[in-house]
Write a protein that binds this ligand. Sequence first.
Ligand code: FPP
Length: 254
Amino acid sequence: MWSGPWKRNKEVSSAQIDRGRIPRHIAIIMDGNGRWAIRRGLPRSLGHKAGVEALRGVVKACSGLGVEYLTVYAFSTENWRRPKEEVGILMNLLTEYLRRELRELDENDVVIRAVGQIEHLPAEARTELARAFEQTKSNRGLVLNLALNYGGRAELVGAVQGICRDVQGGRLKPAEIDENVVDRYLYTAGIPDPDLLIRTSGEMRLSNFLLWQCAYTEMVVVRDYWPDFDEEALLQAIRAYQRRNRRFGGLANE
Ligand code: FPP
């Protein structure tokens, strides 16, 4: 059972959600931790800390709703440009999150995975990630996909390099390369494209997140800063998604 502070008693009617059309894959750009803190006269680090709490709530809610994949942008390839101290704080929060939450995530059948160049993360974070991957790999519930040192362009460059290596090695013919083949060379190989991309803090940008995978993803941008994004906000985003008419470039069928 999910325990403790994850419980929220907002007056949200999850009955307004069509349970038959829950997005299989939700991706989230968790933006606005810094502004959330500054607005309260707090250091940015406390914004990130509050961001981890928001993540806990959203993971629990997604798990309860039967979402299959949740991909969260926790650290981008560009985030290394932040002051060293803030990078250190984010890495420590990741390490602590995994240490503190692994048991509960595992008990709730969550599978922990990551996308990004995780080999460049600090050793402590890599150790905790390896433990989390190993411990949860056979679970059958929500896949929590942590985007860490992730950049959509870097991912595509890596895919092109992998494809070139396989063409050079005679394992792949250029004529065989189609969208499905490209998919197989991405970090997200085997994971369906996101149905819904949520971005908090009102910014209308993709910020190098899942560039290939979001070709037909429905976007919902909310004004809340990430630490304020709770189960009710998630349900509202899902309702907005459910009102959309997804055409994938074709014609409307309603
Ligand atoms: C954006 O806020 C958020 C990030 C760069 C990091 C997101 C990280 C967390 C939610 C916590 C750590 C994650 C895990 C998995 C433990 P910002 O700092 O860019 O906010 P701002 O735009 O207001 O400055």
